[in-house]
Design a protein around this ligand. Structure first.
Ligand code: SAM
Length: 415
């Protein structure tokens, strides 16, 4: 194991950030550190993985021949991402949330002696297990395991050919940032191949969504396929495919040590019986980083909407008194390093024009209510919400019909 120590045990600790990794340490506006702490505690406290319940369900028995018993016992995934990832001799593969290392070992066999696998996990303990398994499988020379966060991957830009992941992406409380990190470390043209769970919107009751154990079990953090696709595309991925494999129900959940009896009982109590055997769906997520600028998806201007002025302009080119929408004012606050801070006020019923920025753009809602209008629909905005818009993505900020909205915008020129 290398010396990337786990530096994130408190909400104020910082993470070792390598060259190239996005460093946006600051106040935790949405309790993401608490989520990470509960995930860490949950995985640290389990005595073993789900073992045969996972390996027999998802893997080809032939592929598992010669894999050390410990790596099989620690299996905690929800699919077999390596089986069809088409890994080639000599490739460099990153296994995100590698756990006890099962998929890292399978990938190491596929990439051969000239290939390399880097297993990344939040926990030292998991990396140590994976490292021991690689040694006993005779694959240690092509594997290395690093303790670190998927939200700040300790690798340089453009360094891996393929990212694999099994039951780990859902654990991130900052998925947009995680996906941006995956895109960053992939070489142009590199592939993502992940197994995870998705949910149908509205299936899980609030009691389950608010349960730490359900988050640690990859359920409460699962996204609807539509949202997952949008986040991956916003991170710059193309050819995003989310392929359902099979339903994930309470019987499957009970095989994982992350699901305590109380949570299983709550699921049985709160959900109609017809939903119990399809709490979620295990899916295969595939996507690719564009090989060149030519492959970048063309972002169409959104449909005309009577509420807003249509047309796409770079808002930064518009002086405050020129904003073509009544009731919108933008005040420049200051520039901090590469970030411009502005305050935007939109009167009740008003909206900015649809516009794009050549750079990434974040905002925090200070007061009021409204919506972030995107091509595929509106996202409600309420105080404390943080939103993120990718470079060149058309969007508008609208106030609710009866409430104004005020936000602080951050134009991030580093991206
Ligand atoms: C459900 S287990 C899956 C492990 C492994 N992929 C497998 O298939 O058995 C999820 C793993 O992700 C790790 N993890 C959770 N949050 C993480 C984060 N933010 N960054 C890196 N790893 C994380 C956990 O420690 C755990 O080992």
């Amino acid at each position: 194991m290398n010396d990337h120590t786990d530096t994130t045990t408190t909400t104020t600790a910082t993470t070792t950030t390598p060259a190239g990794a996005a460093d946006r340490s600051g106040p935790d506006l949405t309790f993401q550190d608490e989520v990470r702490d509960l995930v860490r505690d949950a995985y640290r406290s389990i005595p073993t993985g789900a073992g045969a319940a996972v390996t027999e369900r998802y893997y080809d028995a032939h592929d598992l021949t010669g894999i050390p018993d410990d790596a099989l016992a620690w299996a905690l995934g929800v699919g077999d991402p390596v089986g069809q990832a088409g890994l080639q001799d000599g490739e460099v593969v990153l296994d995100v949330g590698c756990g006890g290392g099962l998929d890292s070992l399978l990938a190491a066999r596929r990439v051969g002696p000239s290939g390399r696998v880097i297993g990344l996990d939040l926990l030292d303990e998991m990396c140590e297990r994976a490292e021991a398994a690689a040694r006993s499988a005779g694959l240690a020379d092509r594997c290395r395991f690093e303790t670190g966060l998927m939200e700040a991957i300790p690798l340089d830009d453009d360094t891996v050919d393929a990212v694999i992941s099994n039951g780990a992406l859902n654990l991130s409380a900052r998925k947009s940032r995680t996906f941006a990190e995956l895109a960053r470390v992939l070489r142009p043209g590199g592939r993502l191949w992940a197994s995870d769970l998705t949910v149908d919107e509205g299936t899980l009751p609030p009691e389950v969504l608010a349960s730490g154990a359900a988050w640690a079990g990859c359920l409460a953090g699962a996204l609807a396929p539509r949202v997952l696709r949008r986040k991956l595309e916003r991170a710059g991925f193309i050819e995003v495919e989310i392929t359902p494999v099979e339903p994930f129900g309470v019987d499957q959940a009970s095989a994982y040590p992350l699901f305590p009896d109380e949570l299983l009982a709550a699921l049985r109590r709160l959900l109609p019986s017809e939903d119990l055997q399809r709490l979620a769906t295990s899916v295969v997520i595939t996507a690719r980083r564009p090989a060149s600028e030519h492959e970048r998806p063309v972002v169409e201007a959104p449909r005309a909407d009577p509420l807003v002025h249509t047309g796409v302009r770079a808002l930064d080119d518009i002086a405050p008194d020129e904003v073509e929408a009544p009731g919108v004012t933008i005040r420049h606050l200051k520039r901090v390093d590469d970030v411009d801070l502005k305050v935007m006020d939109v009167e009740a019923g008003g909206s900015t024009p649809y516009h794009v920025h050549p750079h990434a753009h974040e905002g925090v809602i200070v007061q009021g209510h409204g919506a972030l209008r995107l091509q595929d629909g509106d996202q409600p905005l309420t105080p404390g919400d943080v939103f993120w818009v990718n470079p060149t993505e058309p969007h508008a900020i609208a106030a609710a019909p009866d409430r104004s909205i005020q936000l602080v915008c951050m134009d991030c020129f580093v991206d």
